[in-house]
Design a protein around this ligand. Structure first.
Ligand code: HPA
Length: 271
């Protein structure tokens, strides 16, 4: 079936779960941090056209329910470009949410800290990104049903949403840093030379996700709030080799705090 027709089918499946205006993508190790009241769930496999997750431990489900009285969609688990998907399939879920009426995308991830002064466990609001994936998910014919051919990316991470997140963080005593996220292809971690180059470009954080979804969300006119949990010093920042186990362990430690932040923040989002 044609891509847009598949998207419309997926959007219809989402609308059968509810009419959320806010979607939250919970990345690796974070999928358990939010529970909604009256959750209705669908596995990726059960939604027409959704990509099939390949990484073990990445759940791949969509839930709709309420949080503090607000209807919210939560995507638990995500897919990555390094798994081998076409970029258009990678952003299929975000586009389906847009067609289903979602206006605000909250996107979370685990990231390596590049900037000196970022430490494992820091929670960082993404202020901007660098796309070092070598692909853009909008490549190919434009889909005018979704958005314009040349979408503006100058305020990809909504300043008003970041301000609100800082206010909520201050109320809860959760300190939030801010930085530029660079998406690298993975799945190998970066080399120290790559990290030095990325730092010189202005990157503060490095990860293997988020950027395609944000590009697709902005194309479709959604407002975006991006939040990283720093799980490790990026390669060469500390002499320790990187391990996926360490990334997951630090995420687990910080998950509750990020959950508290999102639980207070989401009901106050302006959509
Ligand atoms: N590099 C890339 N992706 C990551 C990292 C990292 O250091 N930490 C968590 N995700």
């Amino acid at each position: 079936m044609e891509y847009v027709a598949r998207l419309k089918e997926a959007a219809q499946a989402i609308k059968e779960l509810g009419s959320p205006k806010v979607a939250v993508i919970l990345g690796s190790g974070l999928s358990g941090i939010l529970t909604l009241a009256g959750e209705r769930r669908r596995k990726f496999l059960e939604i027409p056209g959704f990509p099939r997750p390949t990484v073990e431990g990445h759940v791949g489900e969509v839930a709709v329910g309420t949080l503090g009285g607000k209807e919210v969609l939560i995507q638990r688990g995500r897919i990555h470009y390094y798994e081998g998907y076409d970029p258009a399939d990678l952003v299929f879920p975000v586009r389906a949410y847009a067609l289903a009426g979602v206006k605000i995308l909250v996107i979370t991830n685990a990231a390596g800290g590049i900037r000196y002064g970022f430490f494992p466990g820091d929670i960082v609001l993404i202020s901007d990104h660098i796309n070092f994936l070598g692909v853009n998910p909008l490549r190919g014919p434009n889909l005018p049903e979704l958005g314009p051919r040349f979408p503006d990316m100058s305020q990809a991470y909504d300043p008003a949403l970041r301000k609100l997140a800082r206010e909520v963080g201050a109320e809860l005593g959760i300190s939030l840093k801010e930085g530029v996220y660079l998406a690298a292809l993975g799945p190998s971690y970066e080399t120290p030379a790559e990290i030095r180059a990325f730092r010189a470009w202005g990157a503060d954080l490095v990860g293997m996700s988020t950027v395609p979804e944000v590009i697709a969300a902005r194309h479709a006119g959604m407002q975006v709030l991006g939040i990283s949990v720093v799980t490790n010093f990026a390669a060469g920042v500390s002499p320790r080799p990187l391990s996926h186990e360490e990334v997951l362990a630090v995420t687990q430690n910080k998950a509750a705090e990020l959950g508290r932040l999102l639980s207070a923040l989401i009901p106050r989002l302006p959509a």
